[in-house]
Design a protein. Sequence first.
Length: 146
Amino acid sequence: MKNTYKSGLILLPTLMLLGAVSILTVSSAGQSLSFSPQGGGVVDKARCNDFTVRITFKNTGSDSGTWFVNSAFEGNSWNWKGSQQVLTLNPGDNKTLVWNGSVPAQAPADSMARLVVYYGDSYRPLNWWIHVTTTGELTITASTVD
C-alpha cells in the first residue's frame, strides 16, 4: 500500500505536466500560435513514395499574427525539408498548412525520420515518423531436388 501511495505521488504530477505541455504555445511579437500535436505513429513508405503533411495551427493571442512555418523529416540516414510558408491568422482563427514530399531515393531501407515543425525561431518534433521499407520481393520461380 505504501508503494502505491508513492507511485501515485509521482504519477499525478507527471500526468499534470504532460497535460500542460500537450498544447504548444509560441509568442511572436505579442501574438500566440498554438497547435495540438494530435496523433502520431509510424508510416511505412518505400523510396520515392509520396507523402502529405498536414498541420493545423491556431492564433491564441489577442492580435493578428504572422509566422514563417516549415516542416521537415529528420533522421540519422536521410532528411527531407518542405518549402517555407507564411501563416497569417486573426485572433482565434485556425488554418491547416499542407506540405507534399517524397522519400529520397537514397534513403536506406529500414531507416526512419521524424517530423519536425519549424516556426519563427523555434521548432517542435512531432510524433510522426516515416519508416523506409524495401520494395524488393522474393518469389520462388523454380526448385529441384535430385
